[in-house]
Design a binder for this molecule. Structure first.
Ligand code: RIB
Ligand code: CA
Length: 318
């Protein structure tokens, strides 16, 4: 999908978040190793915790990853048409609880997230990939404000939804449920979508031994990632998972290593109303009367190869 040396321009949009931070680490590692990706901008959105906190976490993560030269902008404080629902129970009050992180060594752009995203799209002489690992508010706002730039978006690789089930409710995954209207705009946009939903992300588990592999790397970045994973692992073990689900990293890994994933093209619609199914990503998996697909949906992966690539990415940081 994204070949070594291609340096394909990418915008990272998320709500760090332990798994957002690890997704960004993997994308940045590509710039130091196979050079498949070239991160042009990062945008923060309210989600796991408030926008102020996700923006501050983004500043600390970019500092840790040596990305202080990449422009970072604050985006939407709340969903397009709803109050923000956050998840401090999962990521802690700060949104990135666990290890002490470096204080920011970069400042926020004076542009809004939509203005920065539009600038990157306008200035790029090739299609830009948006990797969205939080609620889709910023991406939807970009599509609404700049329909003329739509064809400059190569793909939206998002973590969100699930064909078979939800996590925040039985039907809905958190990122989609926080802003279903935004997700509806994105899935109706006609932009190529790569959807890493819970069907794959809950199989992308980091197990105890894998956490120890990261710990054994023994670098400054490795120690922090190990502590993030330990935090995420302990929370998910408590609620019944076998390991730490690497939700957001799938949205990057599926671009870099598509050969380890199983993907099917489906027509996906977003339930924006309803009492029980609000925020559901309703995929048409029927063999007959199948609607024209609007998304490539990631359904499975080779977990061991996924973890090997994760370890490799962390080890790229000296
Ligand atoms: O449901 C998982 C998603 O919600 C991940 O993106 C996680 O970071 C949270 O935003
Ligand atoms: Ca996230």
């Amino acid at each position: 999908m994204y070949k070594p040396g291609e340096k394909s321009p990418v915008i990272l949009d998320g709500d760090p978040g332990h798994d957002d931070a690890i997704a960004w680490l993997i994308a940045r590692a590509s710039m130091m190793t196979d050079k498949a990706l070239d991160i042009k901008a990062v945008t923060a959105v309210g989600g796991n915790v408030s926008l102020d906190k996700t923006a501050y976490n983004a500043m600390r993560v970019l500092t840790l990853l040596g990305m202080t030269e990449v422009p970072l902008a604050k985006g939407a404080e709340h969903p397009l048409m709803r109050e923000l629902m956050s998840a401090p129970s999962v990521h802690g009050e700060s949104g990135l609880d666990g290890p002490v992180l470096p204080e920011p060594e970069l400042s926020l752009s004076s542009l809004t997230a939509v203005e920065l995203m539009a600038k990157v799209l306008r200035e790029s002489d090739e299609g830009v990939t948006i990797v969205s690992t939080g609620p889709l508010t910023n991406t939807a706002a970009l599509l609404l404000a700049h329909p003329e730039l739509k064809e400059k978006i190569r793909r939206i690789s998002l973590m969100g939804g699930g064909v078979s089930h939800g996590n925040w409710t039985p039907a809905a995954e958190f990122n989609i449920l926080v802003d279903p209207e935004a997700a509806d705009i994105v899935f109706k946009s006609g932009v190529p979508i790569l959807m890493s939903g819970l069907d794959v992300t809950e199989k992308a588990l980091v197990l105890k031994d894998d956490v120890e592999r990261i710990r054994a790397i023994g670098s400054k970045v490795g120690d922090i990632v190990w502590k993030w994973l330990e935090f995420f692992y302990q929370y998910h073990k408590k609620i019944g998972y076998e390991g730490a689900p690497m939700h957001d990293p799938c949205a990057v890994m599926a671009l870099l290593h598509p050969e380890i994933f199983t993907v099917r093209d489906y027509h996906v619609e977003i339930e924006t109303a309803g009492k029980y199914c609000q925020g559901a990503t309703v995929a048409d998996v029927r063999d007959i009367k199948k609607q024209e697909p609007n998304a490539s949906v990631v359904l499975g992966l080779d977990r061991e190869k996924f973890v090997d690539y994760l370890v490799e990415a962390v080890a790229a940081y000296r």
